[in-house]
Design a protein around this ligand. Structure first.
Ligand SMILES: C[S@@+](CC[C@H](N)C(=O)[O-])C[C@H]1O[C@@H](n2cnc3c(N)ncnc32)[C@H](O)[C@@H]1O
Length: 180
């Protein structure tokens, strides 16, 4: 992921400092004007405590008045499994199949099995299984966790449209907040 980021930065002429660290614990006090966690990556953290710790670390990293911007995917109450995506890289065909789903409603978590396969001339060349656990949130629950981590002015925008309220059809919610 960092390699992809590095090459995207180079392509756009951006001289960025890239750091590899655990977002639940990484702190660089008062260093940044914004912390942005896109595309639901925060949902990879395991439960309330880890998410709270990450948000507190983000607050400590921000300068006074700094802004938090976090995307959370709306819960899939009827999850889709058995779906397959495919794409080609040079002469190889790659497939990604969502095979299986386990859910733990006591923790609001789902774990999918993602099976990646690489095919060449109809032959399976390699295969990899990824256990993909996601933490799901309601709008109210996640807003409360953000406030409890020391942020104020919490706002939620649906589907990347500023001012659009989350509704039954929303796919993604963007939470914004300011250091209290
Ligand atoms: C869906 S990918 C990121 C996609 C990226 N935001 C984008 O838009 O292309 C999620 C990333 O979060 C990273 N990740 C998972 N848990 C993490 C943690 N505790 N600290 C830092 N990174 C983590 C994973 O290694 C993975 O690279």
């Amino acid at each position: 992921m960092l390699e992809t980021c590095r090459s995207n930065c180079e392509m756009h002429g951006i001289d960025a400092v890239l750091i590899e660290a655990d977002m639940s614990t990484y702190v660089n006090e008062d260093a940044y004007e914004a912390v942005i966690v896109p595309t639901g990556s925060l949902m990879l953290l395991d439960g309330l405590d880890a998410t709270h710790d990450a948000l507190v670390s983000f607050r400590r990293c921000l300068k006074p008045g700094g802004r938090l911007i976090v995307d959370i995917a709306a819960p899939e109450l009827i999850p889709e499994i058995g779906s397959m995506r495919s794409w080609r890289v040079d002469d190889d065909l790659w497939t990604l199949t969502t095979d299986h789903l386990e859910s733990d409603s006591s923790k609001n978590q789902t774990t999918r099995w993602l099976r990646y396969e690489k095919w060449h001339d109809g032959q399976l060349m390699s295969s990899e299984l990824q256990l993909f656990r996601l933490q799901w949130w309601s709008v109210g629950e996640f807003s409360r966790v953000v406030r409890e981590a020391g942020f104020s002015n919490v706002e939620v925008h649906a589907d990347y449209q500023i001012g659009k309220s989350p509704g039954p059809e929303s796919d993604i919610w963007t939470f914004t907040a300011i250091v209290a």
